[in-house]
Design a protein around this ligand. Sequence first.
Ligand code: NAI
Ligand code: MG
Length: 336
Amino acid sequence: MSYKVTLIPGDGIGPEVTGAAVRILEATGLKFEWESFEAGADAYEKYHEYLPKPLLDSVERTRVALKGPVTTPIGGGFSSINVQLRKHFELFANFRPIRNLPNVPTHYPGVDLIIVRENTEGLYSGIEHEVVPGVVESLKIITEKASTRISRWAFDYARKMGRKKIHAIHKANIMKLSDGLFIRCSRNISKEYPEIAYAEHIVDNTCMQLVTNPYQYDMLLLENLYGDIVSDLCAAFVGGLGLVPGANFGHECAVFEAVHGSAPDIAGKGIANPTAVTRSGILMLRHLGENEAADRVKHAIHAIYTERLHLTKDMGGTASTSEFADAVIAKMSEQA
Ligand code: NAI
Ligand code: MG
C-alpha cells in the first residue's frame, strides 16, 4: 500500500528542505506517491494562477499535503497563497508544538508548549481598502462559528492528549467586540471541559510572561495574527525557526508545514535546516496512523542533535541541508 500525498515544495528554501524531508520520510520504508505542484509566483509563470486548480484538485483527492514555504510579496502583489490554501480547505486549526531537541543551546530547556492558532479569519481575511488617499481600512473578522470551532478543537486536543491548561490570548480590553467574542466563545467551550484549567491573558503581557517564564503555559489558544506572532517568539525558546513544525487541520484535509517562511536570505545555498519540515512530516505520519515510522524519524533526529556532528549552520554546524538528511537516514538504518 502507498500513501498519496500532495507535495508543495514552495519556493526560497522550500524545495531544499522539503526535498530533504521527502528523502527522510521515504527512508522509513513506507511508500508514498507524491503529487507535486508549484504554488505562488512559480505557479503563475506556468498556469497563470497562483494557486493552480490541479493543486487544489490533488489536495481534494489526497486529503493530505506536505508543504514548503511560499514567498508572499510585501506591501502589494498577490495575496498569500498560504492563507488562501488554509481558507479554501477550511484548515481552521493551526497546530504548532514547541519542544526542545537534545543539545540545542537555549535559555529555556524542557519547554513543552502547544500553540493553537485560528487559521481562517481575523485580520488575515485580507479585506482592506483605501477609504481616501492617506486613509486605509483593514477589517478584522471574528465569528462565533470560527471562534467556537477552534476552541472546541483545542479543548478536544487537550482532553485527548492529557494537557492540563489552556490560556486564551486576546486584546479584548481594546478590541472589545472582536476579541471579546473570541474569548467569550472559548470561555463557553471551556465549561464543557472541567478537568482542563482555563485562563485568559492579554497578548502583550503574554509576550512578557512567555519570555520570563514559558513554563507557566501549557497550551495557548490564539486568534490568527497573535498566533502568527507568538509562534515565532516561541520558536526562539527551542533554538529557532529551523526547528519548529506545524500542521493545518480541517475537518476534511490536513496540510503539514513548518512555522518558518521561505528564508530568502539563505535560499539556494543548500544550508537551510530541514528539521522543521521533517518534524512536520512526523506530524503527518502520526496523522496517517504511522506512529512507529514517526517514532523512528523522531529518534533519528534526536540522535543527530545529541551527537552534534551533522548540524546545519543555524545550529552551529557545517552540514548542508542534504548532508543533514543523509545523516538522519543513516541513523535510521543503524537503528533498524
Ligand atoms: P522566514 O521564516 O523565512 O525567515 C526568518 C529568519 O529565519 C531568516 O533569517 C531565515 O534565514 C531564518 N530561517 C527560517 N527558516 C529557516 C531554516 N529552515 N533554516 C535556517 N534558517 C531559517 O521569515 P521572513 O524572512 O519574514 O519571510 C520570508 C518569506 O516567507 C515572506 O515572503 C513570507 O511571506 C514568507 N512566509 C511564508 C510562510 C509559509 O509559506 N507558510 C510562513 C512565513 C513566512
Ligand atoms: Mg508566521
